[in-house]
Design a protein around this ligand. Structure first.
Ligand code: C2E
Ligand code: MG
Ligand code: MG
Length: 597
């Protein structure tokens, strides 16, 4: 307001007070800001209607018509919240500004204001001051709401990821001096997608709210639990003694999930959480600790059945950040320097031992570390987005290879290409695949895209949509690592799946473990019922081969036949089988002796 921000020029306020106040009244009668003029002695000589209303001064007769107070007769003393800044303004002859103060109404209640007080210039010194103020309750409420939104999750009321990050930062800074140990737990609700999809979002929301309460109830009062993703919660345990402390907390959370959840529409559901635990170490950043907890959680999640806890272990689960950065830079170079090679591992027809296809499996010829398997770099590629160019390269090479084999060897092999989560979620995947098919000249039916079961189950509706668009191109779809993603067998029927690849964990011991044998048998029968082929992964022994064949499996892959190897090794195997006739070789078991490296 111009009125309050610059001194009012009036050399003889005493004489001209009436005129002054009239002018003030004329200017300020209709504005929303409160305006209040104070004399040099701290008396109120003017208030506008807005100020009267805001301050609740309606019934203070002495405050009305202050301009008519006879000369020399003092008005009421200004209350201290006005007097103090007015006096400061007069004594310094400068404006005093506040963005956030509290004024008091006549009835004693308080309200938030922003104000400006400016001195009224007198002959030698200020002859008074004019204060202009505004009710900022609304602004404060918006600000409060914004902070609440930023720091709290609307559904569960729990702290948000941001607030958790702040607390982890703070805890780590303190630990740098005190040497304290902190733990971060990542908990992911098992089967959440299935429950959410089958019972609806309303039930899913209710489950998340109840899960949040149970997690909170399992913790000590000072521990912090935040919702950090759709069905992901993170817990900060400050000042733990050792890993046992943190693991105990994780087990208490698991115990909290033993009872079923009663959802509002009458459904009782049982679920669990998979928990990753990481401890802070000196010099670690919050990103390091959170990353470790996340990695451990994914480990826990990968153990079939749900409800597992994993403690992060540097040896087993990952290298430290600096090394990761080096690896990332090296992988970027690898892509342009041609250090990546596609290996092939055959799919074998168990009826006659012929090679009917091959899975494309990427390898990295690292300049100093030698030949690296995907386990050493695929996760990093996924995290950094490098999986997109990498995946494209594998797809392109594999398709070119399949066409070359068709032309040169006269065999039409099915080529399995793995799709990562990022690739699968990327818009335009269909177009990319179509372009590669066209450029390479491979028959679409020769390409079989493999997606893991857990990826397929992540968002069932979206999976169906993407798979349908890929199917429309004429390619085949395989569900990879089947049996590790906690899904019900029946779920398979919702996807247009051509091949179900049973995870190798079920094959290991299938010949002596009746439970594994029963699972493999059930999957083979179910796949057959929905018109899919089962491929058993990871056949290493003749005993396993004989067993799965007896269960009705028709196609298999595994070290028993061949390890993944360069294209020329597979070519040699195909050549050999052409010459010798697959039937006889297979019966004699000599395919095993022709293993690729
Ligand atoms: P996957 O798709 O399930 O591939 C099968 C893995 O099992 C391969 O490991 C293969 O070498 C291994 N394997 C096959 N037979 C046997 C056996 O008899 N015994 C044992 N112990 N293992 C066997 P590999 O090549 O190390 O690949 C590991 C994973 O990395 C693959 O699992 C796949 O998920 C991923 N991967 C490989 N290449 C690519 C790629 O180009 N793109 C993407 N996105 N992922 C890839
Ligand atoms: Mg695969
Ligand atoms: Mg697999």
């Amino acid at each position: 307001m111009s009125l309050g921000s610059g001194p009012l020029m009036n050399a003889h306020l005493h004489q001209e007070e009436a005129l002054q106040c009239e002018r003030l009244a004329a200017i300020t009668s209709s504005i929303g800001e409160g305006v209040c003029a104070i004399s040099r002695t701290g008396r109120i000589i003017f208030v506008n209607p807005a100020a009267v209303e805001m301050l609740g001064w309606e019934h203070l007769d002495e405050l009305h018509n202050l301009a008519n107070i006879p000369d020399g007769e003092p008005g009421p003393m200004a209350p201290s919240f006005i007097l103090a800044p007015a006096m400061r303004s007069m004594s310094t002859a400068r404006s005093v500004v506040s963005d956030d103060s509290r004024f008091q109404r006549r009835d004693g209640s308080q309200f938030d204001v922003a104000f400006t007080v400016s001195p009224i210039a007198g002959e030698d010194e200020p002859s008074g001051a004019v204060l202009i103020f505004r009710d900022i309750r609304e602004r404060k409420e918006i600000e409060l709401q914004l902070t609440r939104d930023a720091f709290h999750d609307a559904l569960t009321g729990l702290p948000s990821r941001r607030l958790l990050l702040d607390h982890v930062d703070h805890a780590l800074r303190r630990a740098a001096h005190s040497g304290e140990l902190h733990a971060v737990l990542f908990a992911d609700v098992d089967r959440f997608t299935v429950i959410n999809d089958s019972l609806g979002h309303h039930a899913g929301d209710a489950l998340l709210v109840a899960a949040a309460q149970r997690i909170q109830a399992s913790l000590r009062p000072g521990d912090m639990v935040a919702r950090v993703g759709g069905d992901e919660f993170a817990v900060l345990l400050e000042g733990v003694d050792d890993a046992t402390d943190a693991l105990d907390a994780a087990r208490r959370i698991l115990d909290g999930f033993r009872e079923p959840f009663s959802l509002p529409d009458g459904h009782d559901v049982v679920t669990s959480v998979s928990i990753g635990v990481a401890l802070s170490a000196p010099g670690e950043s919050r990103d390091d600790v959170l990353h470790d907890a996340d990695v451990a959680m994914h480990r826990a999640k990968a153990t079939p059945g749900g409800g597992h806890v994993e403690l992060f272990d540097v040896e087993a689960m990952g290298t430290r950040s600096a090394e990761r950065l080096d690896l990332e830079a090296a992988l970027r170079h690898a892509l342009v320097r041609g250090e990546l090679e596609v290996f092939y591992q055959p799919f074998v027809d168990l009826n006659d031992g012929s090679i009917v296809g091959a899975e494309a499996l990427v390898r990295w010829h690292h300049p100093t570390r030698g030949l690296l398997a995907p386990a050493e770099f695929i996760a990093l590629a996924e995290e950094t987005g490098l999986i997109l160019p990498l995946g494209h390269l594998v797809l392109e090479r594999a398709c070119q290879q399949a066409r070359q084999w068709r032309e040169e060897l006269g065999v039409e092999l099915t080529i399995g290409v793995n799709l990562s989560a990022r690739q699968f979620q990327q818009a335009g995947l269909g177009e990319e695949v179509q372009e590669v098919l066209e450029l390479s000249g491979v028959h679409p039916s020769q390409l079989c895209l493999e997606i893991t079961e857990s990826l397929a189950m992540d968002d069932v509706a979206r999976t169906s949509e993407v798979l349908a668009s890929l199917k429309a191109l004429g390619v085949k779809i395989a569900i990879d690592d089947f049996g590790t993603g906690h899904s019900a067998l029946g779920y398979l029927t919702s996807f247009p799946v051509d091949v179900v690849k049973i995870d190798r964990s079920f094959v290991d011991g299938v010949d002596c473990d009746p439970v594994k044998s029963a699972i493999v048998s059930a999957v083979i029968n179910l796949s057959a019922a929905i018109g899919s082929t089962t491929v058993v992964e990871g056949i290493e022994t003749l005993a396993q081969l004989t067993h799965v064949r007896a269960l009705g499996c028709t196609t298999a892959q595994g070290y028993y036949f061949a390890r993944p190897g360069p294209a020329h090794v597979l070519e040699a195997m195909i050549d050999a089988s052409e010459e010798q006739g697959v039937d006889s070789r297979y019966r004699e078991g000599s395919l095993a002796s022709g293993r690729a490296r």
